[in-house]
Write a protein that binds this ligand. Structure first.
Ligand code: PMP
Length: 407
């Protein structure tokens, strides 16, 4: 019965993780997966998260009961505040729906399911390039995806004209998936002025914006600055179309495997005071109920505690600065070593890009040689997770890059 099922190749990113794990060389460096590492190359449990966990366990009423279908209200409401901002008109006008999801991927999945049920036939536009999983998440729900220009390889900068051109020529009411900040894989974000042009172009065609927010706090270390694009979009599209926000706490709270996230939907002003909010909420709840019954509680309780306890929130902000500033330091160290070595090419893009990743410009052949000869692992596209660099390995990595570039 199952004889004709096609064998698929292993997932590219998790394949790297596996090969890295099996590599016996002591000099090996993992620049593949987007997970933060400390200066000793170890996973980092944020001090604020440790403190929140302790608080939860010290509570006598602590238990492992089911959450409600749409998740833990103290998580979803506080999570909404950090992405929309406390002054948000959408929140004040009570036109935001927030439900808990299985991290950012789960929020994208619920959105995709919702689009396929209620907005089918609309094209989903993804940046070129984008996170490897985006296309599969939407296409698995029967949606058609296509791309909008984003990265201009020649200049290692944003192809704004191409981007705007596609927004303007896309069929009215299409869905645009936007990276709120710290674009994966390029590490290149539009400037604030460019965002205004992008959002206004989206509004002019009545498109739907979906902001994928997996790295709030990772671009600048500041939650508010990193929410600029989302808040602009929610504000300027308020009379045009609903805005979807897929929020992950995997990176900024280091909760990767606990799967903590939210889907927020900002309804239009016209939908205020109507039956839209309860109707849409009920449909989202139906999707969640039929798929996961109710979302996971443990990580949600930790992040909720983080967000509702002022001292912990303060520590969390410091923890995000710790992570983002170490990554920035490593960007500079890598660029400086390459310059010192006289490695052919210009490496300034490494320091100009932000977030966890750098789109290095290394070719797939160079990446392959890095792995085979130097035990330095990164994605074939040349995307390097800068979080994998530390004082102890950055010079080694620079020398390895130098060798493969000259080879
Ligand atoms: N979107 C983007 C752009 C990402 O890079 C990631 C994580 N790599 C996600 C969403 C989802 O991550 P998670 O499901 O772990 O929150």
């Amino acid at each position: 019965l199952l004889n004709n099922i096609e064998l698929l190749p292993p997932d590219a990113l998790f394949g790297i993780k596996q090969r890295y794990g099996q590599d016996q060389r002591t000099t090996k460096v993992d620049l593949g997966i987007g997970a933060y590492r400390d200066d000793n190359g170890k996973p980092w449990v944020l001090p604020s998260v440790k403190a929140a966990e302790k608080l939860i366990h010290s509570d006598n009423s602590y238990n492992h009961e089911y959450l409600g279908i749409t998740g833990l209200p103290t998580l979803t409401s506080n999570a909404a505040k950090i992405i929309f901002g406390t002054q948000s008109a959408a929140l004040q006008e009570d036109r935001v729906i927030s439900v808990q999801s299985l991290s950012g991927t789960g929020a994208l999945h619920i959105s995709a399911k919702f689009f396929s049920k209620f907005l089918s036939g609309r094209l989903v536009y993804l940046s070129k390039p984008t996170w490897a999983n985006h296309m599969a998440i939407f296409e698995n729900q029967g949606l058609k995806t296509t791309t909008y220009p984003y990265w201009a390889n020649e200049t290692k900068s944003l192809d704004l004209d191409g981007f705007l051109g596609t927004v303007k020529s896309a069929p009215e009411g299409s869905i645009f998936v936007l990276h709120s900040c710290a674009h994966n894989p390029t590490g290149l974000d539009p400037t604030n002025e460019q965002w205004v042009q992008i959002v206004d172009a989206i509004a002019s065609k009545n498109h739907i914006a979906l902001f994928d927010t997996a790295y709030q706090g990772f671009a600048t270390g500041d939650l508010d600055k990193d929410a600029y694009a989302v808040r602009l979009g929610v504000d300027r599209l308020a009379t045009v179309s609903p805005v979807f926000i897929c929020q992950s706490f995997a990176k900024n709270a280091g909760m990767y495997g606990e799967r903590v996230g939210c889907l927020h939907l900002a309804l239009t002003k016209q939908a205020q005071n109507q039956s839209v909010k309860p109707a849409v909420t009920s449909q989202l709840a139906k999707i969640i109920r039929s798929e996961v019954s109710n979302p996971p509680a443990y990580g949600a309780k930790i992040v909720a505690k983080l967000l509702e306890t002022p001292e912990l929130t303060e520590q969390w902000h410091k923890d995000m600065v710790t992570m983002s500033s170490r990554i920035t330091k490593m960007r500079h160290a890598l660029r400086d070593h390459l310059v010192k070595l006289g490695t052919p090419g210009n490496w300034d893009h490494i320091v100009n890009q932000c977030g966890m990743f750098s789109f290095t410009g290394l070719s797939p052949q160079m990446v392959q040689r890095l792995e085979e000869i130097h035990a330095v692992y990164l994605v074939a596209s040349g995307r390097a997770s800068i979080a994998g660099l530390n004082q102890g390995n950055v010079e080694y990595v620079a020398k390895a890059i130098d060798e493969v570039v000259r080879f």
